[in-house]
Design a protein around this ligand. Sequence first.
Ligand code: PHE
Length: 344
Amino acid sequence: MLEQKILNIKNTALGEINKALSKEQVFSLRVKYLGRKSEFNNILKNIKSLSPDEKKKIGHLANTAKKEIENEFEKAEKLIKAKSFDHKAEKIDVTIPGKKMKQGHLHPITIVQNEIEDIFSGMGFEIADGPEVETEWYNFDALNIPADHPARDAWDTFWIKPETKNKERLALRPHTSPVQIRYMQKNKPPFRIIVPGKCFRREATDAAHEHTFYQFEALVVGEDINVGHFKYIGEQFFSKFFKKDIKVRLRPSYFPFTEPSFEFDISCTVCGGKKCKSCKGNGWLEIGGCGMVNQKVFEAAGYPKGKYQGFAWGFGLERLAMMKWKIDDIRLFESGDLRFINQF
Ligand code: PHE
């Protein structure tokens, strides 16, 4: 009885598997013939209750039948796979959307630099640049900061060991101001330039300080330039950059290369001066240093004393980017962290 039952199951199973046309059909036949609730499985489960003789005979028969069924399933699966493969290879689905190529994009500092260059080009400024590795004279002396002057301490400098003793010392420039001298040596006033570029300082880094950062210098020189021009250009630039009306405030300060010198503030970009959290209830935000060019700087660049007047400023690009996008840690810019960079 049991023997016949097993043979019957096997024969119908083989017949049906043979006719299967798809993966899904093979799957449901597998459940039907070998699944936990299948008749066949039931027989296998009950083998243990048979007499030892029968156990041996039926056990053997059942195992061979199972193997045969398994083989048939494998054959059917292979066949279906081969068929569907051929079928797909011959067909091109032109409606499948193409794979997107990952494109690079600009770093937030580059975006800000491009914007600044656009705005100043529109106001008739030229864009100048100079070396990042700079001599001691351009970095300091020509800007009226002699070697023994305590003001040098304001620029924590990365010095580079000179090759020989009598060669001039080089340093990674701690500001973009040396380009003022380089430009003036080659050009005669009137002119107006900005100098965006990388600077380096031997800083202990924190959320507001970074050893590698960007500044943009402005230098406007002519025979009749005054603080009024300077304030107006600042107001125009910041209003365009932040796309809202910005007011400018100058506070007295000190730089060896400007006289008089100022700290440059703008009205808060969030509350417009009404006092809020962003400006710490102050109404103003500090931007950077500026002033009227010191006549000693003109002299160092080879201009006659007293002939020209000009203004200059040096502002940090990161600071502007941080205000624009409300970024609270300057270290993110140089971090190489894609989670940050990919947001721009
Ligand atoms: N070079 C100064 C600094 O980095 C900023 C500055 C530039 C101040 C031009 C006045 C005029 O701190």
